[in-house]
Ligand binder design. Structure first.
Ligand code: SD4
Length: 332
């Protein structure tokens, strides 16, 4: 373990006047805040595919020292992964059989860019970065985003579905249920948040969105404050899962604001999931949503509605896949 990068805070807070109270009574009244492990630099990503993505982000951070380069290069790995059915052009299509992609990128100084409902672009995260850096706007959508990509020299890829996606789509067409299918396989968006050694933060989020969504549907991932939010003064958060539920509570922004008010990343994720559950009461049994957060000290947290959410963590002492806790317990 690299102790220079790891600081452990253990703080005992006692009730007012407790110094006058006998020790055995004090032990009942004493509230111990949880141990917060902090790591800088650190990269966190949603789901299993976060492991190779984090490796690339880490390598990029070592090479360029730039945390924005790191998160962009990291999630590009997932966008290129031919086996991934919910990020990039090999993802599952909408109900019309068309793959449309959403992505966003944000720096801790508040700069941000995103693209939504974009077709034929292999790396929407890089297009989102171009929106951030080369336009006066935050978000470009659909045909406008595609035209901007062409102007920026991006190649247009084929619209033919990957063999895996085509097979899944043909199977789905047999019943063509319009209800979004939410399960672990169907919310594999990659959200990545990172902090460098000096405490600069950045995040990236990219997805093909909900499988078999209505054509034109946009989820939380490209919405700044929903799928991603980053503020160097506080921390960063990202989301995965049923985007409609995340947008309704401005999930990532809410986490950052809760951390601003003094919550730890873990507490902020849990409170945000509770808010989401409260707002989605009627349908919550069918909903999965998960959040990942880091604060400016490098403390981290994660929480999901249902069991099964995990995240990849990379810092000087550890590269691991970590299971998140959840609001609902393991089924069965
Ligand atoms: C969305 N949050 O579009 C995304 C879903 C997801 O893989 O996580 N998809 O709602």
């Amino acid at each position: 373990m690299n102790h220079s990068s790891r600081r452990i805070f253990l703080r005992n807070t006692t009730l007012a006047g407790s110094a006058l109270i006998a020790p055995n009574f004090l032990s009942c009244q004493q509230k111990t805040t949880p141990v917060l492990e902090t790591y800088k630099p650190q990269i966190l990503s949603t789901w299993n595919h976060g492991m190779p993505a984090n490796n690339e982000a880490w390598k990029t951070l070592q090479q360029t020292g730039n945390i924005v380069d790191a998160v962009e290069q990291g999630v590009r790995v997932t966008e290129s992964d031919p086996d991934n059915l919910s990020v990039g052009l090999q993802g599952l299509p909408d109900r019309d059989g068309i793959v449309t992609l959403d992505a966003s990128i944000m720096k801790g100084d508040g700069s941000c860019g995103s693209v939504s409902f974009v077709r034929q672009i292999k790396h929407p995260i890089t297009l989102a970065r171009r929106v951030m850096e080369n336009t006066p706007h935050v978000m470009l959508s659909g045909e406008g985003a595609r035209r901007f990509a062409i102007a920026e020299g991006f190649a247009l890829e084929t619209e033919q579905l990957s063999p895996k996606a085509e097979a899944a789509y043909q199977k789905w067409l047999e019943n063509a249920q319009y209800k979004p299918v939410v399960n672990v396989e169907n919310h594999d968006t990659i959200g990545m948040i990172g902090i460098d050694a000096e405490g600069r933060l950045a995040g990236a989020c990219t997805t093909s969105g909900l499988a078999y969504k209505m054509h034109g549907r946009v989820g939380d991932s490209p919405i700044i404050g929903a799928g991603l939010y980053v503020d160097d003064e506080v921390g960063a958060a990202t989301a995965t899962g049923l985007g409609e539920t995340i947008i309704k509570i401005c999930g990532s922004f809410l986490i950052v604001e809760l951390m601003r008010q003094g919550r730890s990343p873990q507490e902020a994720c849990e409170e945000t999931v509770r808010r989401l559950v409260a707002k989605s009461k009627a349908t919550i049994k069918d909903v999965q949503a998960g959040f990942l957060a880091i604060n400016k000290d490098g403390a981290f947290g994660a929480y999901a509605v249902q069991p099964g959410f995990n995240f990849a963590q990379h810092h000087p002492a550890k590269q691991a896949l970590v299971d998140s806790q959840s609001y609902f317990p393991q089924h069965g």
